[in-house]
Design a protein around this ligand. Structure first.
Ligand code: SF4
Ligand code: SF4
Length: 442
């Protein structure tokens, strides 16, 4: 089987949160292939630990991606302060005789260094056009865990396990490897938290991850972190705001100081993003028309609402408000032709430690030790068929079927963008409904 077919068959998707099918990404011809090892979300540890404990797998996944895309340059992007991991990566590159073929590129310890557009700028000097994707400037970006999965795909090992950091207000922060589809509550129990009275749980990083509506869900191919916080924590309060409450607050409290725009990472790249103007537009009930298409350039990093705004309001949600309206109306962004980074950009990037202090996470910024022991042994898994960008996968099994771990249980819809899905445990299919296949261990 060709490499591309193996990656496709293994069901590899962007493990960093986006979920774009990797086999499609790797069909592009690129000049650069980049590993996103920035892990810019505070408290998450998975990518650094994966590069520390499985450096060869990540590097070889990148090498395979380099061959597939024909890229001249392959760079692992990692923040400069991760000195130990950087040393391990360099040493492994040497041992694999890949010096000159794979590089380690250092990123500043700022938020959001892992935003694809910021990453591309830092590692290549190129600016991805607003509304575009990295291949527009000859770059393909893969998350560190996706590269690891690409390597394992070439060994005919499909994606059935997920690395997840569980941290925050838990007795035992930890990073674990669990079968995809493991119930969230069982993963949280490993970190010592089973009673959630007075707590809320974030699905992902503290900046971009939403609050779980309930904890009855399952680990997916994109789950990177699960963070528990007291329900009166500032982040929980801000994340609980709706578009309506945010609009009301924005109308009354915005000082139009434009600090949200001054520190916006997309604005600093020269993109059209202007959150303070979106807040003003909401305040004046401006219609969703060509005058507010700058909202479509926002990457929803939350920096403006959790860090920049002195009034504590939600410029991001003003962008989201117009984004939704513009999409409903079918109004598209007319991208600018040229992008000149703001000359103040180097001085306006937000150091991660200042961000952590501002959002009151300093006491939770602790190690989450890595284990590969089978700390969770789920009796039932719920495997999502629409984890990825594109059409939901088409089930190949039905209730009552016996499946083996690693068996393909859903396939890409004919002619559509998508990803295959595999059983993460051996057992009997209990149900196939609502785009979830439930399997009970024998
Ligand atoms: S930083 Fe806050 S107060 Fe200042 S313009 Fe932006 S939303 Fe308004
Ligand atoms: S969320 Fe705010 S800071 Fe982040 S890109 Fe959007 S407007 Fe800029």
């Amino acid at each position: 089987m060709e490499l591309l077919e193996k990656v496709k068959e293994a069901g590899v998707i962007g493990a960093g949160g986006a979920g774009f099918p990797t086999h499609v990404k790797l069909q592009a011809k690129a000049e650069y292939i980049l590993i996103n090892g920035a892990e810019c979300e505070p408290l998450l540890r998975v990518d650094q630990q994966l590069m520390e404990f499985h450096p060869a797998d990540v590097i070889l996944g990148l090498k395979i991606g380099k061959e597939m895309t024909g890229a001249e340059h392959a760079i692992i992007g990692i923040k400069g302060h991760h000195k130990k991991v950087i040393e391990i990566l360099k040493q492994t590159i040497k041992e694999l005789n890949l010096e000159g073929e794979i590089e380690v590129g250092l990123l500043p310890t700022v938020y959001p260094a892992g935003d694809e557009m910021v990453l591309v700028k830092e590692l290549t000097g190129r600016i991805v056009p607003e509304g575009g994707i990295p291949i527009a400037v000859g770059c393909v970006v893969m998350n560190a865990e996706s590269a690891y999965n690409v390597y394992h795909a070439t060994l005919d090992e499909p994606v059935t396990m997920k690395y997840v950091t569980i941290t925050g207000d838990v007795p035992k922060p930890i990073t674990v490897k669990v079968p995809i589809g493991t119930p969230i509550k069982e993963v949280l129990a490993v970190a010592g938290r089973t009673d959630f009275t007075g707590y809320k749980v974030i699905n992902g990083g503290p900046m971009m991850g939403p609050l779980f509506d309930d904890l009855d869900g399952y680990v997916t191919k994109k789950t990177k972190g699960i963070i528990v916080l007291p329900e009166d924590h500032v982040l929980v309060k801000k994340k609980s705001r709706t578009l309506i409450t945010a609009a009301r607050l924005n109308k009354t409290a915005c000082e139009q100081c434009s600090k949200c725009t001054d520190l916006c990472p997309r604005h600093l790249l020269g993109h059209s993003t202007v959150p303070h103007k979106m807040v003003r537009a909401v305040a004046y009930n401006a219609p969703a028309d060509e005058n507010v298409t700058a909202a479509l350039t926002c990457c929803q990093c939350s920096l403006c609402e959790f860090f920049s705004c002195p009034a504590g309001i939600s410029p991001k949600l003003a962008n989201v408000f117009y984004m939704n309206k513009l999409r409903e109306a079918g109004i598209k962004l007319e991208p600018k032709k040229e992008f000149v980074p703001n000359p103040m950009r180097p001085y306006r990037m937000v150091p991660t430690d200042r961000l952590i202090a501002r959002i009151d996470l300093t006491k939770y910024d602790v190690d989450a030790p890595w284990t590969e022991e089978a700390v969770v042994d789920p009796q039932v898994v719920g495997i999502n068929l629409k984890d990825h960008v594109g059409a939901p996968a088409v089930p190949l099994v039905q209730a009552g079927d016996h499946v083996e771990a690693g068996q393909k249980i859903a396939d890409i819809k004919e002619g559509a963008l998508g990803a295959t899905v595999h059983a993460s445990i051996s057992g009997t299919v209990e149900s196939v409904q609502f785009n979830v296949i439930t399997i009970r261990r024998d």
